[in-house]
Design a protein. Structure first.
Length: 318
């Protein structure tokens, strides 16, 4: 995420008198996440070799790691112990990677390009891709359970329950089911929002809320963080729809224009490009307002990082 500091809003930072270096913060957080992911995944020469090679192919060496960064920022605010925060980042990225592997399958979105390289099913075959997704999902909960057990003062059971719910039929998987059933159907804006709050937003909300739940933050802080996360989750999908309509495949690292090709209702198709962009920007400002209720920014991380991530999510180019 080179040049990430450009996404921090300079006007807001100046008004609050902060001097938060998002580029340095994100570089450090990304480094921790990559190291933790590498350590959590079996090496490619571990039996069965072909499965572990494919799992590492699916997870390592690509991706924006927005969910891991949201975990890291929320964990700083919640004062969550680093080993537990790292495990949360690993778990959310493994769940996300599994969802992408399965989304790309011919039976789902039938995509051949992901993160600038052939999708897992194209590289390793469809059956192997199914197994990769299955193994990544179970690995996520194994990593998280081990870390929660090592931190008995945190509410580990609530964290695991939160991630399971966000991943399941009322979260990510449910959203994907609605998405598949909605191809070539006319959806109203509230229906599109519900779809994406489940398919995309649920894991983004979980990324922010796992540290808050683990550390049992007060209700007011919990609610403000949840509102921030829900707002950012919706903004993320609107930005995705704008990019799908305006960027090319080389920039995105995945097939551009796929939504229009499959007849999916998007924020761009319902609102138009300009209004979709305005909606995303309004949500970015709402996200900042939710963070304002949590206290002043001090330039040390936590709230500053969450604010910069809201900027990044809306203003990213891929």
């Amino acid at each position: 995420m080179n040049g990430a500091q450009a996404f921090a809003d300079p006007e807001l930072s100046a008004r609050r008198g902060t001097a938060f270096d998002f580029a340095a913060w994100s570089q450090a957080a990304l480094g921790r996440a990559e190291s933790a992911l590498d350590a959590a995944l079996p090496q490619a020469d571990t039996v069965p070799h072909h499965l572990h090679e494919a799992m590492r192919y699916a997870v390592m060496g690509g991706g924006k790691r927005v969910r891991a960064l949201l975990v890291a920022a929320s964990a700083e605010f919640a004062r969550c112990p680093a080993p537990l925060a790292d495990a949360m980042a690993v778990a959310i990225e493994l769940i996300h990677a599994y969802s992408l592997v399965h989304d790309d399958l011919p039976a789902m979105d039938n995509d051949e390009l992901r993160r600038g390289k052939p999708t897992v099913w194209k590289q390793f075959g469809e059956a192997q891709a199914v197994l990769v997704g299955d193994a990544l999902q179970s690995s996520a909960f194994e990593v998280l359970a081990q870390a929660c057990a090592a931190q008995p003062t945190s509410d580990g059971l609530a964290v695991i329950r939160l991630l399971a719910h966000a991943s399941g039929s009322q979260g990510m998987c449910g959203g994907q089911a609605i998405d598949l059933a909605s191809e070539d159907k006319a959806l109203a804006l509230p229906e599109v929002e519900q779809l994406h709050r489940m398919k995309t937003g649920a894991l983004l909300v979980a990324s922010v809320m796992m540290p808050a739940v683990a550390m049992r933050l007060p209700r007011a802080q919990h609610e403000a963080l949840e509102q921030f996360a829900r707002t950012v989750g919706l903004a993320f999908q609107i930005a995705d729809d704008v990019l799908d309509a305006t960027a090319d495949s080389a920039t995105l690292g995945k097939t551009a224009g796929k939504d229009a090709e499959q007849g999916k209702a998007t924020y761009v198709s319902l609102l138009g490009l300009d209004d979709a962009r305005r909606r995303a920007e309004a949500l970015r400002l709402q996200a900042h307002a939710h963070l304002d209720s949590l206290g002043p920014r001090d330039g040390a991380g936590g709230l500053d990082a969450l604010a910069a991530l809201a900027d990044l999510i809306v203003r990213r180019s891929h």
